[in-house]
Design a protein around this ligand. Structure first.
Ligand SMILES: Cc1cc2nc3c(=O)[nH]c(=O)nc-3n(C[C@H](O)[C@H](O)[C@H](O)COP(=O)(O)OP(=O)(O)OC[C@H]3O[C@@H](n4cnc5c(N)ncnc54)[C@H](O)[C@@H]3O)c2cc1C
Ligand code: SF4
Length: 332
């Protein structure tokens, strides 16, 4: 049995207090929300914080308000996000992504803020301490070399959040609370370019709120590829959204790929290609052929990376067909 390492638990009452405790303890402290990712990682000794700052009791960080825009408290659970009627009706890609994370038990505890901040993953890293010691560790924890790309000076662990690509596709913004003050940043700016420092926020900053703009008139979807339909991290996620005019003319479009790089990857060239075109079969195939190109899967997750790259093209096409109201070609 894997046991948690010893730690002191500090239940913060406000985001500022949480940030202050984190700042005071530096690298010895971490925040925990639902704990569905952090606790298993601690059991494997990927993290051994001496102090855990519990966020569950934070004032005013768990509500959901859907007016024109959508405001999510970072502590709202994924079950709440997936089941909220207004989200299902008006931001359905987000509801679907949340509903596909892990298992129902996880989703009842896991938070939307934790999902956006979830650690990057790699076959050589998401292993027990014993396993990692036997191969001499790797750069992400306790070692010097990247075992996937030994010549690389950076870590390529994979961004594995299901909701992050959707948040990028829908132009969400997050509020970060630090010791000195608060700031609001686009979700796109939250992610870095390295699997170790995968978030750009300061370590003590607490994500308290996520805001999504009104997407009335947009159609959207999220598609997820994984080995087991019942419970598995994505090996590919595709978030797509489009505002269509008369005759399915694309007025605006967003496509973001998940689980193919250290951060969610916007397929900007495909978005540009789609604008002003009719979303028919031919356009969709051409757009998918452009959209999958920035996907950079490596041999560090489940299933073959060459197949995952090919599937990115197929899943983008399926997502766009869903949006156009055409048959997706999914097996029944
Ligand atoms: C078996 C299994 C399957 C899983 N499958 C999936 C999956 O399919 N898709 C997927 O996306 N995830 C999956 N996960 C990972 C995890 O369950 C989810 O990502 C979940 O949403 C994490 O939320 P949490 O509240 O539990 O985060 P925690 O575990 O509490 O925290 C995760 C990280 O985020 C930080 N953090 C949390 N909240 C905040 C905040 N408000 N401000 C600043 N930092 C914060 C923590 O310090 C920690 O580094 C799986 C996990 C397991 C164990
Ligand atoms: S990508 Fe390389 S450095 Fe990063 S976790 Fe995997 S093996 Fe380690």
């Amino acid at each position: 049995m894997l046991r948690l390492p010893p730690f002191r638990y500090v239940a913060a009452r406000t985001p500022r207090e949480a940030a202050r405790v984190l700042a005071d303890h530096g690298p010895d402290a971490m925040a925990v929300a639902g704990g569905t990712d952090l606790y298993p990682n601690m059991k494997r000794r990927q993290f051994t914080p001496k102090v855990l700052v519990g966020l569950r009791g934070l004032e005013g960080a768990s509500g959901i308000a859907a007016n024109g825009t959508l405001t999510l408290g970072a502590l709202a659970t994924l079950s709440e996000v997936a089941g909220q009627r207004a989200i299902v009706a008006r931001w359905p890609a987000l509801a679907r992504a949340a509903s596909l994370v892990a298992s129902p038990l996880h989703r009842n505890v896991a938070t939307i803020g934790g999902n956006l901040c979830v650690d990057t993953r790699c076959t050589y890293y998401n292993q027990t301490e014993f396993w990692r010691a036997s191969i001499g560790y790797c750069m992400k924890r306790d070692g010097d070399v990247c075992l996937v790309a030994p010549g690389s000076d950076k870590c390529w662990a994979v961004s594995s959040s299901d909701t992050a690509p959707v948040m990028l596709a829908l132009d969400a913004e997050v509020t970060l609370v630090g010791v000195e003050g608060d700031r609001r940043v686009p979700v796109k700016a939250l992610y870095g370019s390295d699997g170790i420092h995968y978030l750009t926020k300061r370590p003590e900053e607490i994500l308290t709120e996520i805001r999504l703009p009104d997407r009335t008139g947009w159609r959207m979807t999220y598609r997820k590829l994984r080995r087991r339909g019942s419970i598995d991290f994505p090996v590919l996620g595709v978030a797509a959204a489009a505002r269509l005019g008369q005759g399915n003319l694309v007025e605006d479009a967003r496509i973001v790929l998940g689980a193919v790089h250290v951060a969610p990857v916007p397929a900007s060239e495909a978005e540009d290609f789609l604008r002003g075109k009719v979303l028919d079969r031919e356009t969709i195939e051409a757009a998918a052929g452009i959209a999958y190109q920035p996907a950079k899967p490596l041999d560090n997750t489940d299933l073959s990376y060459a197949w995952r790259k090919r599937m990115a093209r197929i899943e983008v096409a399926r997502a766009l067909r869903e949006i156009a109201g055409l048959p997706t070609g999914d097996l029944p």
